[in-house]
Structure formats: C-alpha cells, structure tokens
Ligand binder design. Structure first.
Ligand code: UDP
Ligand code: MG
Length: 140
C-alpha cells in the first residue's frame, strides 16, 4: 500500500535565488500538507550519508559539494500516494526532460542544480524523514 508521506529538499540553488516561496506555493496548490520543515546547511558528512546510494557515481563529488554549498529547506509532506504524486509534481531529474508545469521544469538550472529532491520509495521517504527529523518535530 502506498504511504501517505514523502520527504523533500528545496536545494541550495533554489533557496539562494529566492525560489523557496514559489516552490512552496506549487507544493501547496498540489494539495501536499507540511508535516515538518526546517532550514539547515548540511555538513559534508551528512550529505555523503544522505546520498550514500550514489557513492560510486561520477557525479557524487559534485553533488556533495553542491548540496553543502548553502542552506536548504528539508520537509516531510503529507498527501495520499505521496511518493509517486510528488515525483510527478517535481518532474524528471534532468530539467530538459521534465514535463511542462513541473517544479524542476520551472526552477531547475541543470541536472545537478535541479531545485528539489523527492523520495523515490516509501522506504526511502521514511529513512530520509528520520534522517532529519525527530518524532517531536513531525506533526499531522
Ligand atoms: N545528479 C547529478 N548528475 C546526474 C544525476 C544526478 O548531479 O547525472 C544529482 C541531481 O541533483 C539529482 C541527485 O543527484 O537530483 C540524485 O540523483 P537521482 O538519480 O537519485 O535523481 P532524483 O531521484 O533526484 O530525480
Ligand atoms: Mg533519487
């Protein structure tokens, strides 16, 4: 059964260029409710652990450098069928391949600086939410 929450990050490029508000508005309009949210600047160790699955990829080092380059907003979002519906809302990893009207189509500047993260499975949504939030920081 599909879970009812996903985990998201508004990435450093989007925060830096003032896109946090517009991105949150799109998330809100799509019917997602914020269960948890905070602004953090990831340490290198945190980013390496968060993206552990990509450790052997050629883009790993650049990704870690980018994700630690400034503050991000991390959040837990509630919605029916949250993981799948949120991936649809954000669009493809590569903004050139993202559908019109998706968050990445509108706000990504490259494959790397693609504005937002969205969990790819219920298991990873749970892992990623627990990575950043304690139980008392989560609501709804
Ligand atoms: N990424 C990158 N170069 C690539 C592929 C991915 O820099 O060729 C970055 C990008 O920021 C992406 C993240 O690594 O969002 C994680 O990659 P993944 O394949 O999991 O894409 P996502 O699940 O975020 O769509
Ligand atoms: Mg992924």
């Amino acid at each position: 059964m599909a879970g009812n929450f996903t985990f998201s990050i508004i990435k450093p490029n989007a925060v830096r260029t003032g896109k946090t508000g517009p991105i949150l508005a799109m998330i809100n309009e799509a019917g997602f409710e914020i269960s948890a949210m905070k602004m953090v600047r990831m340490t290198t160790l945190q980013a390496e652990s968060f993206y552990e699955v990509h450790k052997r990829k050629s883009f790993f080092e650049g990704l870690i450098e980018f994700m630690t380059s400034g503050p991000v907003f991390v959040m837990v979002l509630k919605h029916e069928n949250a993981v799948e519906d949120f991936r649809k809302l954000i669009g493809a990893t590569d903004p050139a391949k993202a559908e019109p009207g998706t968050i990445r189509k509108m706000f990504a500047v490259s494959v790397q600086m693609n504005a937002v993260h969205g969990s790819d499975s219920d298991e990873n949504a749970a892992r990623e939410a627990d990575f950043f939030f304690t139980a008392s920081e989560r609501f709804l």
